[in-house]
Each structure stands twice: as C-alpha cells, then as structure tokens.
Ligand binder design. Sequence first.
Ligand code: CLR
Length: 834
Amino acid sequence: MKRRKYPMKGWHKRYFLLEKGILKYSKTQQDIQRGKLHGSLDVSLAVMSINKKSKRIDLDSGDYLYHLKTKSNDLFYIWLTKLCAHRVFKKNEALGVHHGVLHALTMGNSTLLPAMASLAQRNQAAMPGMMEVSPTAAPGVNGKVAAWLQQTHQSDTCSQELARSQADLTELAQLIQRLNWLESGQKPISNSDLERRINLQNLTLNIPKAKKERKTTNKIFGHSRTHSGVETCGMVSSHVLYSGCIVGASSVPSIPDYVYSQLSNPLITSPEAKKIQQEICAVSHKVHASLKSIHEVLALERERVRQAWTGPDLRSSTSNQLATLCSTLSELEVQSCQTKVHSLSLSSGSTGGSKESYSTVRQDQTPSKGCSVQRTPSLADSMAEYYDARDVIVCENSENGEEESDESGLSDITTTSNSEPDEVHASATLNYRTSVSRAPDMVSTVPTNTGRRTVLPANCVDNSHIGIMTILYNNIGKDLSRVSMPCGLNEPLSLLQRVSEELEYSELLDIANRTEDPFERMLYIGVFSISGYAWATWRNRYKPFNPVLGETYESHRKERGFRYVAEQVSHHPPCSAVHAESENFTFWQDQQWKNKFWGKSLEIISSGPVNVKLPKYGDHYEWNKAVTCVHNVLSQQRWLEHYGEVTIRNTKSDLCTCKISFVKSRYWTSETSKNEVQGQVLNQAGEVVHQFGGLWHEGIFCDTLPNPKCIWKPNPQPDDHFQYYGFGRYARELNELTPELKKVLPPSDTRYRPDQRILEEGDVAGADSKKEEVEQKQRDRRKELAKKGEAHVPRFFRKELDAAGNESWLSNGTYWKIRDQPGFANTKNLDLWC
Ligand SMILES: CC(C)CCC[C@@H](C)[C@H]1CC[C@H]2[C@@H]3CC=C4C[C@@H](O)CC[C@]4(C)[C@H]3CC[C@]12C
C-alpha cells in the first residue's frame, strides 16, 4: 500500500553508463567522467532478475546488490535489451579469454609458464600498479615451479584430459545452441544483430510524440530498497561500443517478445530436441569423466604440496614471500582508497579483477582477519562464476500479490537518508574506529571461569565441496528454513540457541538499568542492539539447525544473571519465541525471518520487534532488526553484512529515540572499513543528544558523553575458532549437556536433539541420516494432529494481539515454575526425537 501511495519512495535518479558490458553509475555525468563512481559491475557476471510489473531490474554481483527501476515500460524493455546484449557480448569476450587460457594449459609443460607470463604482462599493462610485484617474485618462483613440474609425472595425462574436455565442451556449447534455436524458433544472434541491440536508441520505440520530446535523455530509476544499494536515473550511453547504426523502429518489431524468448528456458518437446538432449547428456558424461581424472591427479598433487608445505624450508621462504605480497596488497588497498578509484586488483566482482588474480590463497587457509587476499577470487572461482549463475531470473507478475506485500515489507526498511552515505559519514566512522582501537580492552564484570567447556568435542568438517547452488536454485522462492540441507552445511546449534547469542553482551542492559540519565540509558540500549551482530565476521560457513515444532531451549547464565527460554511455536511460517529475564531487564522477541535470494546473495529480513524492559525506570524499548545479507552465498568468498536503519523507541516515554544506521558497504569501501555503524540519540525536538559509532565487529565509541569512551568491544575471538565453526567462547558453551542440566531439562530441549549432537561429535554422515529421521517424525506428528483435527499448541508461550493488531508471542510464565515444581521429569512432554 505504501508503495502505491509513495511510488518513488527510496528511489533516486542516477546517471548510468553501459559500456562494453560494464555498467557504471554515478550521481551525475560529470562524476562518471571524473571517475567518481558509485558503482560499477560486469553485467555478464551478475545475476539479473527482472520484474515486468514493477519495471524493475535487479543485478546481483555477489558483493553488491543493485536495484534499478525504469519510469516507463518502453525504457524497461530498452534497458533489458541492452543489458542482455551486453551480457552476450561480454560472455563471448570472456569465453575467448578463458579459451586462451585453456589452450595454453593444453600445450603441455614447456609452454605453460610462458603462456601464463604473457597473460601477466597483459595485465601489467592494464594495471601499472601491479608492475612492482611480479619482477621481484618471478625468477625464483619460476625456477621452483619448473623444477616442481619436472617431478610431476602425470601432468601429461592431465593436459590430454584437459584438451579432451575442451573439445567436448565446444561440442556441448554447439549442441546447446542448436537446442536453443530449435526450441525457440530463433535464429542465432549474429554480431551485427548484437551490435544493433546494443545501439538501440529510445527514439526507435513508439513513444508518443509529446513524451518523446520531453525526454531528451533516457531515464531509468534505481532504488535502494536495501538502502545504500542503487538508485537511479540516468542515461544509457551505448555509442561507445560501436558507432553509427541506429536502428529504425521497424527493424525491432517486438523487443519484449525477443527479450522474453531469450530469457525463458525452452521446453524440450520435439523428438529432434530430445535427441540433442541425449547427446548433451552423453558429452556431459565424457566431460565429467575427464574432469574426474584431472581431479584425481590434482588431488595427488595437492597432497604433495601439502607435504612439501609442512616441510620446514619451503615454509619459511614462502611465508616471507607471502608477507611481501600481503604488504604490497595492503599498500595497493591504501592507494586505491586514497584515489577513490576502484582498483581492479581488489575488485572481486568484475571479470577484470578475476582475470588478474591468480590467487591460490583460499579463505579457509588464511583465517586472518581483514586481509584482502581472502576475497580475491581464484581463477577457478572466476571461471566458475560463468557457469554458476543462472542468467536471468524472471519474476513474473505474481497474481497472489506476494510481490506486492514483499515490496511493501522491504520499503519499510528503506530510507533515503544513508542510501549513499557520503564521505563525511565515512570519515566520522574512521574517527570512531581510531578511538575504539586506542581504547583499552574492556574490563568485563562477567566472570570467565564458568567451569564450562572451552572447546567442542570435535572439529568442524570442511564443507566447501557441497554444491549450495543446486540446493538454492532448486528451491528458489522458498524460505531457507524450509529447505532441507545436508548436515555438512550445519553448525551444531539450533536457531533457538543462535538467537540466545544476542544476549552475549547482556552487561550493557545491566548498565542501562543502573543509568539515571534517560539519554544515556538509550545509548546503552542502542549499543546493546548492535552488539548482537558481532558474530557475523566469523560465522559464514555453516547454518544453524531449523528447530522442529515444539523444540525448546533454555540457557541459564548465572554468571550474567539472566535466564533464557525459547520455543519453536510455529513451523510454517517458522517462528521462534524467546524470553529472557534478570533482575535488570526482561528481553523478548519472536524471531521470524524471510529470505530473498537474488542469484548470488541472500538477504535475511527479520520481522517482529525486539523488546527490552528495564524494571528500575519502567522503560519498554522496542526496535526492528537490520537486514543480514550473505554475499556470494554460493562460493567460498561468502561474507556477511548487516544493513538498514534501526529505530529504538521507548513505548513508555517519548523523551528520546535512537536511530542507528548499519551502513551498506560502498563500492569504494576498503576492506578495513567495512561494517560501519552510526547512531544518534535524539530528544523530542529531534536534536542530537548523543552520537556514537564504529564497526559492528570491532566496537562502538561515543564522543558526546562527558568522558568520551568506548562503550563496547566484542570479546576476543579464540585462535582456534576456525576449527570450531567460527564459534567464540560463548557459542561453544551453548550446546553443552552437563550432568546437572540432564536432571532438569525438558526432553524437548535442543541439547537432546540427536542429529545435532551427532554432528557436534564430528559424524556428518551419521547426523544426516538421523536428521532425516527427526524430520520424518515431525511430519508424522503433524499428519497425526491434522487427522485428529487438532492444532499444535505451544507450551510456554501464548499469542497476543497488540492495539495495532500485530501478533506477538509472549512467555506464559510457566517454564521455570514447572522446571522447579514438579520438574519436567514428572510432566507429560512432547516426544520429538528418535
Ligand atoms: C548455505 C549456508 C552454508 C551459508 C551460510 C548461511 C548462514 C550465514 C545464514 C543461514 C541462516 C542465517 C540466519 C537466519 C536468521 C537470523 C535471524 C536474524 O535476526 C539475524 C540473522 C540470522 C541469525 C541469520 C544469520 C545468517 C545465517 C546463519
């Protein structure tokens, strides 16, 4: 509804330039010319989703999400046509490049190095900054590599297999092309056709005269629903690629038809098509077999490398080289920040970047924080990108109004205020950051000798081989919580336990309850709401278990003085109700979330407010959550980001409010200044009383207090966190089942969930089969209830409607009473596990 009332809410006009498959945008044309870009992406690498009805084009490059909106249908089709044509152009070009690499690889050992070197030279020419790196490293390294290659026995087999699969792949491409033409009745796109589409002018469409004259530029509206994303309106300059050749309206009779025919997947119907399909299968098998044998050889090689690496001499010499590389990289990063020009070497989204980076240092091997090397895609990654992403996702006009409601939901979290935060913001954050780093480490009043375990029973198992792409693409449009995933992707915690992690810094609420000044109290609440996001730097490889209906979890943290209860109160849609209490606060929320998969990134949008009551002053604070985005969800370059505006209100008094912006990383943001957050405590007149900020993974500083100070810093992350799912100390304690707990827990407690326990012990396969059983049992229970015509009734929470008609789940206050008297051993409990 909101959208209809304020159709342009959150959208900004922007200037766009689409040139050789690269889409750049800025506030003005001058900015683009000056190189002051707000964003730039390779359209062939991004996943494009379109929505005819709302005339929207969404581009997901993995690291950034861009949302574009055109003013008219005509412009929408023109944009679409051009974008599609540029994608084809760019892909053809890129395949040419990779073809070259493959070719070089298949020539055998002797030509391998020169081929790589010539590629490197080409790169150097394009990127003068890189020149300094190679010459120093090259001679020694080349010698070593050559020696290594001489010892490699099976490299011949490898190159033969590569040559074979290359030939097969060419055949495959031809078969697929034939299938496309056959089924769509389309002719292949010729080069000149492509040229024409790229050069398509607005004037060629039948736009009513009056309108046409008014619009001298082609306008497109972009928008930042996710608020710093993109925005808007600009002119497409297409003349750069080819000149001349303006197409008359008659030669492009039905752009929409053409575009849609290109987007939709052909249905396989005719016998001829079926035959081609069979051939495709056969050739695919051949490619698979070749790749498999290559894989075997490489696995052997890898083992050799590993053994060599663990040997002492190589290690010391290479780590020096690595250190030099790292420092050169960080110098480059600094340079790129200073000039505000996005350096190709660090860009992770563009082909340019991936062509240049032959990084073999993978994220899982270098868990050091903030090192830009981590995000540099390897050649394999960049190649994979072409095959990873489905080209275009067409969101047809949904008749059930889902899209509408979805959009209005999102527009709620959209504000224009920091949609493209300027440099002033960035420098403020920089100051906060420096202050935080100068501040001494926090002295926590929470005792650390809790007597709980400090490690998990087993290390986590690498899951990088699991094809998330297939899982997600097969479940497009579904909630992540409804998609059954293999246990290899799970961490041994459930969402009920995960939400309890938001209380890791409950100390901030204790302080708030002891603070007399209402503005300062609000400040502490604000910082508490930020502290609940600090885990995200470490936790991007695994997902929590989805709780089953009726599952419960308690967490009695005596050292922190609170006790927490959570229950899964609804399965469809999934909803976890949580409630925590201490002498200093009551905290509750019902956790429901929607996710939106854009092709490469996954946005997680929580609904339902978080509530905190402070008994001493009778305050009741309420706030919304930021959006969490899992960037590059399909690849190992996955990373998490929170963005959005959070508003905290005290429902008992309107003396002050708090506004917090989780700033979306900007196109020019350096790796070290990601995760910005800034907040203000405002009085009734809207004047700023307190100002605070920093990075959500490093700490928050407030400079408006009489004694400016660092209010919060996350607990230090243990060195061995990489082996334990990225868990910090607090998270490691959550699933521990002590003998004392065994006596008092209800059987529905997550700690008794067998599949999760088996996973915690390191048996992934065992966990998988157990999970299957647990899920089946849940389905059986649901069927049984349905048969009896009964509905599941949550045990410890009840549903309430507030004055505005919003539902919320509140504790019914029975959990701790029953636990105490008569004790769960003496009550009837749900039988959830097997
Ligand atoms: C495919 C898998 C392996 C990739 C990893 C996905 C991870 C990072 C995703 C899956 C489920 C996600 C969680 C789902 C729900 C919430 C509640 C919300 O209020 C805060 C974010 C939080 C806690 C999400 C954090 C990110 C998360 C843990």
